[in-house]
Ligand binder design. Sequence first.
Ligand SMILES: Cc1cc2nc3c(=O)[nH]c(=O)nc-3n(C[C@H](O)[C@H](O)[C@H](O)COP(=O)(O)OP(=O)(O)OC[C@H]3O[C@@H](n4cnc5c(N)ncnc54)[C@H](O)[C@@H]3O)c2cc1C
Length: 381
Amino acid sequence: MTDTPEQADFRASVRLFVQREIAPHLNAWEEAGSFPRDLYKKASALGLLQLGYPEALGGTLCSWEWRLIATQEIANAGSGGLMASLFSHNIGLPPVVAHGSAELQQRVVPPVLAGDQIAALAITEPGGGSDVARLHTTARLEGNHYVIDGEKTFITSGLRADWITVAVRTGNPGAAGISLIVVPGNSPGLTRTPLQKMGWWCSDTAQLHFDSVRVPLANRVGNENSGFRFIMNNFNGERLLMSAGAVSFAQLCLDEATEWAHQRKTFGQSLVEHQAIRHRLMDMRTQLIASRALLHDVAARFEAAPQDPHTVADLCLLKNHATSTMQHCADHAVHILGGMGYMRGTKSERIYREVKVMQIGGGATEIMKELAWRQLGAGAP
Ligand SMILES: Cc1cc2nc3c(=O)[nH]c(=O)nc-3n(C[C@H](O)[C@H](O)[C@H](O)COP(=O)(O)OP(=O)(O)OC[C@H]3O[C@@H](n4cnc5c(N)ncnc54)[C@H](O)[C@@H]3O)c2cc1C
């Protein structure tokens, strides 16, 4: 897909932002396990946080193409963790914007898009994340408040979030008993504990414990017990953006490996003069161009008909394809870089550690295949 002149300008401005505000500090942020909170404000000043949100809430309505550009360029910094935390509002806010009351939207959305506050989404529980319909955290109504008890885990921006869109059980067992409630991060009874991870080091990931946390009834998103559908729809956008990130990370690995293969010499030749190395690079490119083509195809169809079952199915399969390409490229890049690929500081080393979360988070590979199969209708792939 070719950028329009306006999109090309936007892409250039995000690229400059990455070069100036992120790249020089990224290794230090990764080692420190977080990035400064003022990066949200800076990202908002450039218009990055607002993409896709209604203007009445401080956003900028735009097509998915623009959001893909922002994701691709931020991904070019080479840290999935930075991307996940900086853009955690893109999973926390959409249900509020789509189904929350006007009053709730006004309270929550503008300060987040302005970069003054942070939003997160909490679905996964220690007892399981894939089987959302079986979640255990409860919210019982007491007068004008819900009282929430339970536990959430692996929550991106969980420690810092000012607003957490939490999936809770308000009704019977199963998908029909789930609601979404927006919980203020400073609520009494909410305990947040940081988690240590294989990758995504600069991302804030937390365990959340809810001990009789009281939240106003007005913070419920949409009707009671209709949260499951909101959650499923929300996953689609997340999966598209994750796929865009995965393709960019794969490209970074190919770029780094190619550059290294030109400069590194073994047996009197540069690596790239060895056929086996060239073939690895071409295998990487083969997967990459296929994933990129699928990404743009699915993105265009998602733009036109977001609920179309074939599109939703292919979105799930795209996530698998793109993250498998990322895995393939990270593996080959680290191999081509040799010992250097095992050292901290190369992009390939970090991306290699970040592959697994891309294949598990937002729906694990197996779940993507199951969902795709169900969307297509059994027997009709
Ligand atoms: C760094 C990080 C950040 C995250 N951020 C968030 C967040 O912000 N908000 C949030 O709610 N969650 C978040 N998650 C959680 C993530 O979405 C879940 O880890 C994911 O959905 C899988 O759930 P689980 O870990 O409980 O694995 P489980 O559901 O226990 O599944 C374990 C594995 O079993 C396999 N599996 C499961 N079911 C089936 C099946 N039916 N058939 C075959 N195989 C199956 C899959 O390979 C799966 O990976 C994050 C996770 C990580 C690691």
